[in-house]
Ligand binder design. Structure first.
Ligand code: 5GP
Ligand code: ZN
Length: 114
């Protein structure tokens, strides 16, 4: 846990968020500035700053994030049409919140990357 981290605060319910799912390990909530009709953030409760900080011990947790995003995509009905899962890392990757999170984006045609 990190005192000043916005996603730790959301996980601790110190800051409100539109929470869609929660269990012992992760929380999923709507992005405050959605870039698509479905824009959900799937976030581990444990404070891990960036993808660079992941180790083998986090393998199950990262798998759980992906599977939860898959389930949320199905709940939103975007699974058939398609969606994008993104984890940004550090400045050039576009990361702005330094507590890892998986973006689930869907509900519109997303532009090709690159
Ligand atoms: P990043 O740029 O780090 O990959 O993504 C951070 C995401 O967190 C952004 O899409 C941003 O809109 C979202 N975000 C930042 N602060 C908050 C907040 O307080 N509440 C919610 N729900 N989303 C936030
Ligand atoms: Zn945090």
């Amino acid at each position: 846990m990190a005192e000043d981290c916005i996603f730790c605060k959301i996980a601790r319910k110190e800051v409100p968020a539109d929470i869609l799912f929660e269990d012992d390990d992760l929380v999923a909530f709507n992005d405050i500035q959605p870039q698509a009709p479905t824009h959900v953030l799937v976030v581990p409760k444990k404070h891990i700053p960036t993808v660079n900080d992941l180790t083998e011990e986090h393998a199950a947790l990262v798998g759980a994030l992906a599977l939860r995003a898959q389930a949320l995509a199905a709940e939103r009905g975007v699974d058939g049409a398609g969606y994008r899962l993104v984890m940004n890392c550090n400045a050039e990757g576009g990361q702005t919140v330094f507590h890892i999170h998986l973006h689930l984006l869907g509900g519109r045609q997303l532009r090709r990357m690159g």
